[in-house]
Design a binder for this molecule. Structure first.
Ligand code: Z5A
Length: 209
């Protein structure tokens, strides 16, 4: 496969979406064919599943098994309909969240057995593993501070408490440690400095000549 697949992961408000869009702009200015997408979502079916998953309040009854299967259903459609075809035609795919989110949100925080998470992820992925995963690391208190500055509306998962997000953050730190696919960047630096670090790392990994 000739494309490049890059995912962005981290706790809410860490700056993933901001950095993804900045990287996409820089790549486009440099003449690259870039697709920007997200999970859950990315396809018509995936966006419908996204609404099901994120709308509503924390008190909505969502079985933990139903929740993970919905994330995986969105992913399977996304991989088959959008990511794999783009990769086969040599595009650069930038995706806001992917299977690492399932490992930490459903595996670590919701305590689903890791082997089950791995099995379901592998089934949905069809061997479509990212070439690079960018992880802006911020504290949970910084995450809450940034979210409070926004419009105040929180989706179903964002309504979880601080201890839930501590588990998520620790899950990411554990996942990223020693994993060369990950590029961990200090998410408390300025937007411009983070972008520069990401750009340099991207160029080092993929534009060697
Ligand atoms: N989820 C799951 O459970 N399992 C799965 O398998 C998948 C997902 C795929 C999707 O939410 C939810 O689904 C998510 C995990 C779950 N739930 N949670 N939590 P989402 O992806 O739509 O939204 P999010 O993950 O919560 O991200 P976000 O709120 O959109 O934040 P972000 O993309 O990381 O950050 P941002 O939008 O770029 O920036 C947030 C704010 O911070 C904004 O005001 C910026 O201007 C500001 N910002 C950004 N960078 C900086 C710096 N460097 N300094 C200061 N301020 C900054």
């Amino acid at each position: 496969m000739s494309g490049i697949f890059v995912t962005f992961e981290g706790i809410e408000g860490c700056g993933k979406s901001t950095q993804l869009n900045m990287l996409a702009n820089w790549l486009r200015v440099n003449g690259k064919d870039v697709i920007v997408t997200r999970e859950p979502g990315g396809t018509d079916l995936g966006e419908k599943i996204r609404n099901l998953l994120l709308d509503g309040s924390k008190s909505d009854v969502f079985s933990v098994r139903a929740e993970i299967l919905l994330f995986e259903a969105s992913r399977a459609q996304h991989v088959d309909e959008k990511i794999l075809p783009a990769m086969k035609s040599g595009k650069i795919v930038l995706c806001d969240r992917f299977f690492d989110s399932t490992i930490v949100y459903q595996g670590v925080a919701r305590a689903i057995d890791p082997h089950t998470v791995q099995f379901l992820n592998e089934f949905a992925l069809s061997e479509c593993i990212p070439n690079m995963t960018i992880f802006p690391n911020i504290s949970v208190s910084e995450s809450f501070r940034r979210i409070a500055l926004e419009d105040g509306s929180r989706d179903r998962i964002e309504q979880e408490d601080e201890s839930f997000f501590e588990k998520i953050r620790n899950g990411y730190l554990k996942l990223a440690k020693g994993n060369t696919r990950f590029f961990t960047v200090d998410g408390t630096d300025s937007v411009e400095i983070i972008h520069e670090k990401i750009r340099n790392e991207f160029a080092k990994r993929f534009f060697k000549n």
